[in-house]
Design a protein around this ligand. Structure first.
Ligand code: GLA
Length: 395
């Protein structure tokens, strides 16, 4: 990211004046634990060194103005008193939704100009939208507190929860907490083992001697809003409702072990609902097993769990599709690859593979070629590293 470039663009769009400050929040890749967060289980994401940066400067008149580097035709201006006008809009609802939730929660806010820049591929399942939200939250909280002469309350868990609520209510996507949490709490060289019910988390060093995590973008766009995401959530709720006959005190699927689930699975007569619930309960168990394997330095076992996760998302949860499956199949054919799976919501988006460092070039070339032959879509690959979460860029 080139700060000089961003300063110039900022001045062109919003006018000369004091230099803006820079805030950023990263993309995330989920290593395992997919479609688990809204079922109250464990997930294992890592923040990446792909980021959204927002250049921000306070204004005196209570207007929030937004512009984005990749959308030169768009300019949004909204008074802090009218944020609800932007509920559900195609662009602006992510940022103004966060402002609205901050306002409701009592954070002091001030008007400001915000210019967005990102190197996260949009709509690719790496949480570009969560990074926009979290970067916006950190910028608004920091500038708002300064204008009110108070210390900023940058409790990252509270901000992640607030961003999730904004996406649920303002944008209209019923996402879980994983993406915003990972973007807020990321740590260089680490993945985050997060329990989505309690929000307790642990940073786990990702020491993968001799191996790299390669992200493959199928370049098949997915829109969460019009995808089957909300439908899957409803199916999980329905499966849990049926299981309550056996476990009246439980409320979320991930409160059941696989064994407990199997003992009561006869209560779910519908084959589709059964498959959905079986994925959730078994995927949740795979997360702890993965972390144990990583801690023991057993990358082979971790890779095998990644493979099982993808197969379950393909056969039981049915959120993969031709493009993701083709890329994963081709990835697994490369000699030495220990595991490959889809990451994120599915229905397009990205895969993540555990590739020997010496084979990364070959992997990208061969998987890319074969994927293109099968799908006619040119994919993209990123070899990124786990990086820090949301922060002000001060240097
Ligand atoms: C999307 C959602 C997350 C999570 C994943 C699937 O990324 O935003 O909350 O549910 O899908 O694991």
């Amino acid at each position: 990211m080139d700060k000089k470039y961003l300063r110039e663009k900022f001045a062109q769009v919003f006018g000369e004046g004091p230099a803006p400050r820079f805030f950023c929040a990263p993309a995330r890749v989920n290593l395992i634990g997919e479609h688990i967060d809204y079922n109250g289980g464990d997930v294992f994401p890592a923040a990446l060194d792909l980021v959204t940066v927002v250049a921000a400067r306070p204004r005196e008149d209570g207007l929030v103005r937004l512009a984005a580097d990749d959308l030169p035709g768009i300019f949004v201006a909204c008074p802090l008193s009218k944020l609800h006008f932007f509920k559900g809009t195609a662009w602006g609802s992510y940022q103004l939704g966060v402002a609205s939730e901050l306002q409701k929660a009592g954070y002091p806010l001030c008007g400001c100009d915000l210019y967005f820049w990102s190197d996260i591929p949009f709509g690719s399942g790496l949480s570009s939208s969560a990074s926009i939200q979290v970067a916006t939250a950190v910028a608004l909280v920091t500038l708002g507190a300064e204008s009110a002469h108070t210390a900023p309350n940058l409790d990252l868990t509270s901000l992640a929860v607030l961003c999730q609520r904004s996406e649920n209510q303002f944008v209209g996507v019923n996402c879980g907490i994983m993406d915003q949490f990972a973007s807020a709490h990321g740590k260089r060289g680490h993945a985050i083992l997060l329990n989505c019910k309690t929000l307790d988390y642990e940073l786990v060093p990702l020491a993968m001697e001799g191996y790299a995590l390669v992200i493959g973008n199928t370049c098949k766009k997915r829109g969460l809003g019009d995808s089957k995401y909300n439908e899957r959530r409803a199916e999980c709720d329905e499966a849990m409702r049926l299981l309550k006959d056996a476990y009246p005190e439980r409320t979320l699927l991930c409160e059941l072990s696989l064994r407990e689930f199997e003992a009561a699975a006869h209560l779910i007569k519908d084959a589709v609902l059964y498959r959905r619930a079986l994925h959730v309960v078994s995927e949740n168990e795979r997360v702890r097993a993965s972390v144990a394997a990583l801690r023991a330095g057993d990358l082979k076992a971790f890779g095998a769990l990644m493979n099982q996760s993808h197969d379950s998302l393909r056969d039981l949860y049915e959120v993969t599709g031709f493009e993701l499956d083709s890329m994963v199949d081709e990835a697994r054919k490369i000699d030495g690859v220990l595991g490959a799976r889809m990451t994120g919501a599915g229905f397009g988006g990205c895969t993540v593979s555990l590739v020997p460092c010496g084979k990364v070039e070959l992997f990208m070339e061969q998987v890319g070629e074969r994927y293109y032959e099968k799908t006619g879509i040119m994919p993209a690959f990123y070899v990124t590293l786990p990086d820090d979460g949301a922060r002000e860029l001060t240097d």
